[in-house]
Design a protein around this ligand. Structure first.
Ligand code: SAH
Ligand code: TYD
Ligand code: ZN
Length: 422
């Protein structure tokens, strides 16, 4: 099966401007389609390439997958697997309850609530809420925590029904989901329908500035249809009749930005905005020629990573992976890494265990089995959770195990390198 679309003149999905290519990763599987051994012949592939619009500067993928091909009953991602992310959303939600949700009977809607990582705190405070998420397995995990959920893709018609049933929302929140939605026009019409006049729409997503600065090329995969910058987000929200009123950089997922959006004039713009816009201009985030340098770094990382893994194999070392992330789909498939170079990948998500990584077919194994037979080296695909994972797996490092990172460049942690483990 293929999800490839015929090559078309690239026009911006948002403004119709022309999109010029930044990088082409070639053929890729659906990033979260962890596959059963007996189904490897039936995987769907698509073409992954990223470009920038010369009019509105939105960085976007060239090919759009049907949303049901990514988000469905068996979508395996579970936000709450990370303690860091649980703390991050608890802090955000606690603050929201204290500062924004102070009126009588406030109402919060979350687009892409997944297993309820954010709404759990809102619900614990007794605040009226609704999570919307099309991935039934994840949504059921939220419902099991007592969270109100609707299993659906958020869009204009859904927003209208929510408004009719529950009234308008004081806050609409979305984390690591807004960038996944190519049909953003319908989403904004839905937000317009649902948001109270003085309400706030807050969303956070990976930040293009960090991706480019730190060579996080693996943040580019099917689900991340848009890679946001402040410039492109401002153009986007204004296009749909809203105002960008604040932005805050976040350290999670290697670097993200939390954007606050309101109806024009409804909120006083935050003082941090001018500085953040200036930083982006310095980085050249709107400049295709500067962005093209990113491509040079991506090719170098592929070369260095494959060379290191090949050398380790040649010397008889065993290498495994840690974190069956969506990001790893881009790394493994773009670099052509299979079980010849990395024997398996350890991951705590039960929904991924027992399956194979999409396209590259590394077995996903429960971390409890890691210590039974330590490899010599581990590629840390969940590099954004390095602190948490290295703390958990101290015993591996203590007995001489080494961690390989491939961003911002290929390197072995601890400075021991090849000699130390030999
Ligand atoms: N907010 C969580 C989950 C991010 S994963 C976090 O930050 O960790 C992205 C989620 O968006 C998935 O659970 C997916 O099912 C959901 N999603 C995708 N398209 C959506 C849409 N149109 N409306 C609501 N949720 C959507
Ligand atoms: P994440 O980096 O959030 O995902 P993505 O690239 O898909 O956006 O995913 C982290 C993965 O790592 C997830 O599958 C869970 C796993 N994980 C562990 O196995 N152990 C851990 O301690 C942590 C924090 C995550
Ligand atoms: Zn555009």
């Amino acid at each position: 099966m293929t999800l490839e679309t015929p090559p078309a003149a690239r026009t911006c999905r948002l403004c119709g401007g022309s999109v010029s290519e930044i990088f082409d990763f070639g053929r890729q599987p659906v990033s979260n389609a962890f596959v059963k051994a007996e189904d490897t012949g039936r995987e769907a592939f698509h073409h992954l390439a990223v470009g920038i619009c010369s009019s509105c500067s939105m960085v976007q993928l060239s090919d759009e997958l049907p949303r049901e091909a990514m988000f469905h009953e068996d979508y395996p991602y579970r936000s709450s697997e990370s303690a860091l992310m649980r703390q991050h959303f608890e802090a955000f939600a606690g603050n929201l309850v204290r500062t924004e949700l102070t009126g009588p009977d406030p109402f919060v809607v979350e687009i892409g609530c997944n297993d309820g990582i954010m709404l759990k705190t809102v619900s614990d405070h007794g605040v009226r809420h609704l999570g919307v998420d099309p991935s039934r397995g994840a949504a059921e995990a939220a419902a099991a925590k007592g969270i109100d959920v609707r299993v659906d893709f958020f869009e204009e018609s859904v927003a209208r029904e929510i408004r009719q049933a529950h009234g308008r929302a004081d806050v609409i929140f979305s984390a690591n989901t807004f960038s996944h939605i190519s049909y953003i026009d319908s989403i904004f019409r839905g937000i317009d329908e649902l948001l109270a006049d003085d309400g706030l729409f807050v969303f956070e997503d990976r930040y293009l500035g960090d991706i480019v600065e730190k060579n996080y090329f693996d943040q580019i995969y099917d689900e991340h249809f848009y890679l946001f910058s402040l410039h492109s987000v401002r153009a986007m929200v204004e296009r749909f009749g809203f105002e960008l009123v604040d932005a805050q950089r976040l350290a999670v997922h290697g670097g993200a930005v939390r954007y606050s959006v309101a109806r024009p004039g409804a909120r006083k713009p935050g003082t941090a905005l001018p500085r953040l816009f200036a930083h982006e201009r310095d980085l050249g985030l709107n400049d295709r020629v500067k962005l093209a340098r990113f491509g040079v770094n991506i090719r170098r990382i592929r070369h260095d990573l494959v060379a290191l893994l090949t050398e380790l194999k040649g010397k008889g070392f065993r290498v495994a992976g840690y974190g069956a992330t969506s990001k790893s789909a881009t790394v493994l498939n773009y670099c052509g890494i299979g079980t010849d170079l990395v024997e398996c990948v350890y991951d705590s998500t039960p929904e991924k265990q027992g399956r194979l990584t999409p396209g590259s077919h590394l077995p996903v194994v429960a971390p409890e089995r890691f210590a039974e037979d330590y490899p010599d080296y581990v590629v840390l695909f969940a590099w954004n959770h390095a602190e948490e994972i290295l703390a958990k797996e101290q015993a591996f490092t203590a007995q001489g195990g080494r961690w390989i990172l491939y961003v911002p460049d290929v390197h072995v942690l601890g400075g021991g390198g090849l000699a130390a483990a030999a």
